[in-house]
Design a protein around this ligand. Structure first.
Ligand code: AMP
Ligand code: MN
Ligand code: MN
Length: 324
């Protein structure tokens, strides 16, 4: 692993950058990309900020959002390509294919399952968000953190910590949050945009998902499922369901929450959350070719919705004591 100071020196010494993150991006992916991209631009660098899915509508309020786009079909050359918040290289999707050459690949992430790909690597599995690592990087390398960058880092950290609530939230997370507020992040405004501006169809989706809710293992496992048919009926976008799983995790007694989403290509996206270190959902998802964190993980599993539900719920029962 490399130090943040070392990575900072390489960032300062080069000129052309591609800043990438994972498919189906979340607030940490997008906020981290924009924060690093804007900071490098202020240092006079040429910066491309690409993501397979481009900017999502619901995050389009973020400062500099117009700078983030889908990758071009014609690959380009860079000095440095940076992968942020991306547990495996293939989760960069089409963004990776748009890099014809990069002298140096940098991998900055907080997923314990990250296999440490790239030339310069900084993985902190204890950091609650990639945005928190970037704040430390920007301090170590004396990079600009203006109000726009502070806002993006705040969004990254707030969304990956469930608004500073999850167990990975530490005193340091609050200290960085406070520093970002001092540097111009407006908590009330950002929280309203993030958590109180959902489209109505997201709540309609929640209503229908709750009617598919299944409770197993004597109340320790809760799941619900989104079929392609229901998604089409409600006209939902993939981004609409981010966070809905928290309603299952919030149930008293539930240890593992699972969200099954039928995908077009004969696969099911499985999203898992745990409330106990004893139920490591990353390990369960790794059995299905996925990964993530101990308490939040995912996988894409081939099969029909009922098949995948049955296999995944059985695998959870292998791990937690379903008879107690
Ligand atoms: P999600 O449930 O999609 O919000 O993802 C929860 C966590 O699991 C995130 O940290 C993701 O990076 C990780 N994750 C989700 N899907 C996959 C996958 N197919 N492979 C590896 N990691 C994943
Ligand atoms: Mn992410
Ligand atoms: Mn993250």
């Amino acid at each position: 692993m490399n130090s943040l100071a070392e990575i900072g020196r390489v960032l300062r010494a080069n000129q052309r950058f591609a800043i990438l993150s994972h498919v189906r991006p979340d607030g940490d992916a997008l906020g981290s990309q924009l924060a690093l991209g804007l900071s490098l631009e202020q240092l006079g660098k040429e910066v491309a900020i690409w993501n397979e899915d481009g900017m999502l509508d619901k995050y389009s309020f973020m400062a500099g959002a117009e700078r983030l786009s889908r990758p071009p079909s014609e690959p380009q050359d860079f000095d440095v390509a940076v992968a942020l918040d991306t547990a495996t290289q293939n989760r960069l999707g089409t963004a990776a294919a748009a890099i014809r050459t990069a002298k140096t690949w940098v991998n900055i992430d907080h997923h314990p399952s990250n296999p440490r790909y790239g030339d310069l690597v900084f993985i902190d599995p204890v950091a609650p968000a990639t945005g928190q690592i970037l704040f430390d990087l920007m301090c170590a390398a004396e990079m600009p953190v203006d109000p726009a960058i502070a806002e993006n880092l705040f969004v990254a950290i707030s969304t990956d910590t469930g608004s500073f609530q999850y167990p990975n939230t530490t005193a340091r997370t609050f200290e960085i949050g406070a520093e970002l507020i001092r540097r111009g992040a407006n908590v009330g405004r950002l929280s309203q945009l993030l958590y109180e501006s959902y489209p109505l169809r997201r709540v309609e989706l929640l209503r229908d998902l709750l009617s598919t809710m299944r409770i197993a293992a004597h109340g320790q496992v809760a799941s619900f499922s989104l079929s392609l048919e229901l998604a089409a009926k409600l006209g939902v976008k993939p981004e609409d369901n981010e966070g809905l799983i928290d309603h299952l995790r919030a149930i008293h007694g539930v240890v593992v929450a699972v969200f099954f989403e039928e995908l077009l290509e004969g696969k099911v996206r499985v999203s898992m959350r745990s409330k106990s270190d004893a139920a490591d959902v990353c390990a369960i998802c790794e059995r299905f070719g996925g990964g993530g964190h101990k308490l939040a993980a995912g996988a894409r599993v081939r099969g029909t919705l009922p098949e995948v539900e049955q296999r995944v719920l059985a695998a959870i029962c292998d791990v937690i004591d379903c008879n107690s």
